[in-house]
Design a protein. Sequence first.
Length: 275
Amino acid sequence: MDGTITTKDGVTIYYKDWGTGQPLVFSHGWPLSADDWDTQMLFFLSRGFRVIAADRRGHGRSSQTEEGNDMDHYAADLAALTEHLDLRNAVHIGHSTGGGEVARYVAQYGLERTAKIALLSAVPPIMVKSASNPDGLPIEVFDGLRAALAANRAQFYRDVPSGPFYGYNRPGATPSQGVIDNWWRQGMMGGTKAHYDCIKAFSETDFNDDLKKIDKPALILHGDDDQIVPYKDAGVLSAKVLKHATLKIYPGFPHGMPTTHADTINADLLAFIKG
């Protein structure tokens, strides 16, 4: 079934909670919602797992927040949910921005409740270029995202899934109009202020200290044709910082690979969870 919780600062967080068994908790990417995990939720539910996914604050069916659109609040919200549902021995799975949320939540709140983590096309350790992260993306890239969102969010949310997110801009790609429309639908459900703020959260938050604290088995999956979160400065570096990481790089897979290559991703996740 689904439900909501109210956080300490009065934000309503929407979540889905289906099935019984070991809990798998899914954290979605920007600017989407729990619905982005539909394929995974069905797959793992049918294999005897309890599957949980929430809409991040400011996204989907949760409150359209003006403030608190940052990783510390995202992690605290996830902690509130895991405590409300009293989840134990959970596997936390994060895609893109959700991977940052998972890293911060587990490091700061969830070590006792968490069995394993999986980071898919995820933003840690840190995306933006700096003296300490010379291979990161220039701040101008993220300024460009903010400008496009502010100017015409509806068109911007057509352009992202039609192009780089799913690799539909590559020669020989076969775009799915349903996938593109569903990305747009999820994005437009959320709050524009929250989505604007979240660009800073996913690009400028440094997760190195969080990753160092996590002593759980970690699976890191990334496509080498990820045009949103380049794998060499993300998955590859996270695997070096985490204590017990397994890294798998998929040739040619795009950022949105949990959707475009669900069969492969689901099988690898299942093997890791059961391993």
